[in-house]
Design a protein around this ligand. Structure first.
Ligand SMILES: [Cu+2]
Length: 264
């Protein structure tokens, strides 16, 4: 997958935001969920939650995606075909693309986003496949492909849109005024393209990497509940919420294990 352009774009955004935040806050990394989401207003001295999401079960085989309906897309993956991202496992029984967020404990506190989040269309895939933005944070949707994509979001709380993006390098910017879990994003031109966007009232969320890890930094000291989401409804977590308390400068470690959902 060609992610060069996205990486450059992301790096540029990150550097710009880091510069602004360094000026305002006196240096250091101040976003909770680098690299794709940059947010402000986070207390550097706060607590950290580190975690890993495991997968206990038989790893289902990921199917290669047939992109031959569009020669551009097909050629974008020479040799190795892109695979369906509905479930992505790591080598060590881990699960990628689990969205983790603080679902309780921040009532009465307000946070504002600094910098834009980004969603790229590259190699006829969405990158990242699962991501989060803050309420009212700008989301830049980029087309890095020399082919037509249309971005269709059907949201329950934030309205819907469907816009064509015919030109490479085109960017459209959207924002979402209400919290919402897992807004599906689709492209009508390429039926295999799919992504999910979560809209959160604060910056304390993360998406698991392929090794299952995630990290939420800069939390004000306090008692919290974390929630987890994964798109494949045949999987279920051992606990949907996790209670965790952090103090200033403290790091807590949590583990969540997904497995095949038990039949009722
Ligand atoms: Cu498309």
């Amino acid at each position: 997958m060609n992610t060069d352009l996205f990486d450059r774009y992301r790096t540029a955004t990150t550097v710009a935001v880091a510069a602004v935040l360094s000026f305002v806050l006196g240096g250091g990394n101040t976003w909770a969920n680098a690299p794709s989401i940059n947010v402000g207003g986070i207390d550097q001295a706060g607590g950290t939650i580190k975690g890993v999401v495991k997968f206990d079960g038989k790893k289902a085989k990921r199917k290669p995606i047939r992109m031959n309906a569009d020669a551009y897309c097909d050629k974008a993956h020479p040799g190795k075909k892109a695979k369906n991202e509905r479930y992505v496992f790591g080598d060590n029984k881990t699960l990628q693309n689990v969205f983790v967020w603080v679902s309780k404990g921040l009532a009465g506190k307000s946070f504002s986003a600094t910098g834009n989040a980004a969603l790229d269309q590259t190699g006829c895939m969405y990158v990242p496949h699962v991501s989060g933005v803050m309420v009212n944070q700008d989301l830049d949707i980029l087309n890095s492909d020399s082919t037509l994509h249309n971005v269709k979001m059907n949201s329950s709380n934030n309205g819907s849109f469907n816009e064509g993006m015919p030109v490479k390098g085109m960017v459209i910017t959207k924002k979402f005024s209400k919290p919402e879990s897992a807004i599906p994003i689709r492209c009508d031109v390429h039926p295999w393209m799919g992504a999910y966007l979560h809209v959160v009232e604060h910056p304390f969320f993360a998406v698991t990497q392929q090794d299952g890890t995630f990290e939420i930094r800069g939390l004000p000291a306090g008692d919290y509940e974390l929630s987890v989401w994964h798109e494949f409804k045949k999987f279920a977590p051992d606990h949907k919420t996790i209670s965790v308390s952090v103090g200033d400068g403290e790091t807590k470690q949590v583990t969540v294990t997904y497995g095949p959902k038990k039949k009722k």
